[in-house]
Design a protein around this ligand. Structure first.
Ligand code: HEC
Length: 129
């Protein structure tokens, strides 16, 4: 039975490597970022007003509900149900969602690509604390 489990385990890993949408990401944080970058990300999120539409742990106010909660973002599947969940894709999405995901209802945000990477670092880092 153990051998069978291993075979299925390998098959699942291969499926994830091929980018199958059905693959759930592991619950643990898969990326680690510099604390300074994450701090910058938090400031960008506050300045850009992301919380007007999102509940974001660590950002107390205003906890908007127009967009999905970003709590536990690290552990969810595809970004906005569409893009593979990687830091580069997340940075692209938070800066210009309609370009990253055609038809997305989240507006493009006035942040630089450097700031978008910091935002991605913050969002992936939420579960680390
Ligand atoms: C005007 C409201 C609004 C603002 C402001 C906004 N968002 Fe969004 N956001 C949305 C909506 C609506 C969605 C769902 C879009 C979709 O599914 O295509 C979304 C989706 C997302 C997602 C994907 C969530 C998931 O579960 O996959 C992330 C990440 C995200 N937003 C981050 C941000 C960040 C970071 C900012 C600030 C730079 C921001 N948003 C600003 C409305 C907003």
């Amino acid at each position: 039975m153990k051998a069978v489990g291993q075979i299925f385990g390998h098959a699942a890993a291969l499926g994830c490597a091929l980018g199958l949408a059905a693959c759930k990401q592991p619950p643990a944080s898969r990326y680690t970022f510099d604390a300074g970058l994450r701090d910058m990300g938090r400031h960008v999120i506050e300045r850009a007003g992301c919380a007007a539409c999102h509940e974001i742990p660590g950002i107390d106010w205003p906890e908007g509900r127009t967009g999905p909660s970003l709590a536990g973002f690290d552990g969810v599947g595809p970004i906005a149900g569409y893009l593979p969940n990687t830091p580069a894709n997340l940075a692209r999405f938070v800066r210009n969602a309609p370009a990253a995901k055609p038809g997305s209802t989240m507006p493009a945000m006035p942040i630089s690509s450097e700031e978008a990477h910091a935002v991605a670092a913050y969002l992936y880092g939420i579960d680390d604390d």
